[in-house]
Design a protein around this ligand. Structure first.
Ligand code: MN
Length: 442
């Protein structure tokens, strides 16, 4: 079923990608685009490699995330060439013969050694733009690709084709499966490590296949934004779980965060419920014409309302935002573009020519400043955390007298809350890929 849909959507995806590459090459006056999949990187003084992931620009052409040493060569007006490295090797599993709905769209040449690619690449490097880490394979043949070409392609990458949205729905489905299992493991009293294993098992992906390292924090660990440690033993009591974990489909990512509380976590559960409502309000605003910077600021205003309603800060919501009180509880951006990379490229680009727009001055961590348009997929991930360092700073400020410190003290052990969905902007209502995926499992 999915395979059939992919086969149907792929030709248009390829046509759209070719169009963008035609325009980008014309901008910089080059005749060919060569995209390296890349090579496994060796550990220092070791014969072991770090996990290999093909360069995102390569994965955009083909559903081959595991094809080290391979290349795409594209010349406008011609069928793209796939230089496919299939070594003779009895140590490793070598890549299969190319197979599937995409094969007919490529002129495929198989090579047995990585450096054989050089003979098949365009003869005159000065007429060629090359993407990807290629020096390892073909030496100093390679000039750096012009920035104008990168900007053009990065800008366009924000707009997903139907094929890409199918991939991302699949990634969301796998991620949602993992999350269901993770929640069950939390309820059963598992350790962070146990929850991690439950997620991976249900998502069906190895750790190096995941689009990013999972964040799985029990209790106060939920307050560490990039908590990547996995306690092997469960805490005496699991009060809360913050899990930020996604899956991938042929290199397209999902990025999903959920926060759960134990049944006796009354006040904290009420906060989760309010954040859930706030997050859904923001997801509903993923519409064409919406300035994402304004949406980030709207998240702060809504969060101020939550802090006020729950008796945590006694200030007017607007004053709370203006005096940067909300930033002490929500110190990261509302979200980012997502696709071939979890934090996808081009978040600051105003136009395909490389013009940028910065994040608002008080909000330097916001990674997306574009105005939303149909075709973009973004995350919406507001948070509310009890982070010692930021609370200590707030305690030193005049606004501290409006903060209910004893209430905060009682909540500190729960860590924090983040709820994150991947939402596609359309011509009409937003498509919440994450909610749809969870609903499909029900
Ligand atoms: Mn995210």
């Amino acid at each position: 079923m999915l395979e059939q849909d992919l086969a149907q959507a792929y030709p248009l995806h390829l046509a759209s990608l070719r169009q963008h590459c035609d325009a980008a090459l014309e901008t910089v006056g080059r005749d060919h685009l060569a995209v390296a999949a890349g090579h496994p990187i060796t550990r220092y003084r070791d014969d072991l490699h770090y996990p290999f992931v093909a360069h995102p620009s390569f994965r955009q052409w083909l559903p081959l995330p595991d094809a080290p040493g391979s290349w795409i060569v594209y010349t406008p007006g011609h069928k793209p060439l796939l230089i496919f490295l299939q070594p003779r090797d009895y140590w490793h599993v070598v890549p299969d013969e190319p197979d599937g709905y995409w094969v007919e769209h490529f002129d495929i040449r198989i090579i047995r050694e990585a450096d054989q690619a050089r003979a098949l690449l365009p003869k005159d490097p000065s007429r060629c733009a090359i993407l990807g880490q290629a020096r390892d394979a073909i030496g100093d043949f390679i000039p750096d690709p012009p920035q104008a070409l990168i900007d053009h392609l990065d800008y366009q990458r924000a707009f997903k084709t139907d094929y890409e949205r199918l991939r991302m729905r699949e990634a969301s489905l796998l991620g949602a499966r993992g999350h269901r299992a993770a929640e069950a493991a939390f309820r059963a009293g598992e350790s962070e490590f146990g929850i991690h294993m439950a997620f991976q098992h249900a998502a069906g992906q190895t750790e190096s296949e995941l689009p990013y390292g999972s964040i799985i924090g029990l209790n106060e660990h939920g307050a560490v934004l990039h908590y990547m440690h996995f306690d092997r033993t469960p805490p005496r009591q699991g009060h809360s779980l913050l899990i930020d974990a996604g899956a991938q489909s042929a290199g397209y990512a999902s990025d999903i965060t959920r926060t759960y509380a134990a049944p006796d976590a009354g006040d904290f559960q009420a906060l989760i419920d309010s954040m859930e409502q706030l997050q859904q309000t923001l997801c509903g605003k993923v519409r064409a014409g919406q300035d994402y910077r304004a949406l980030h600021l709207e998240a702060h205003r809504l969060l101020a309302g939550v802090l006020h309603a729950h008796g945590l800060v006694d200030m007017s919501p607007q004053a709370m935002v203006d005096r940067r009180v909300t930033s002490a509880f929500f110190p990261h951006g509302l979200g980012h573009l997502i696709g071939l990379q979890v934090h996808d490229v081009g978040g600051f680009l105003r136009d395909p020519q490389g013009g940028t727009q910065a994040a608002p001055g008080d909000h330097p961590f916001l990674r997306l400043t574009r105005t939303l348009e149909a075709g973009m997929v973004v995350t919406i991930e507001p948070g509310l955390y009890f982070i010692d360092m930021l609370l200590d700073e707030l305690r030193q400020r005049p606004e501290a007298r409006h903060v209910a410190w004893e209430r905060i003290e009682a909540l500190r052990g729960f860590g924090g809350i983040r709820i994150e969905d991947d939402v596609a902007c359309t011509d009409g209502d937003p498509e919440n890929m994450t909610r749809d995926a969870f609903a499909a499992l029900a």
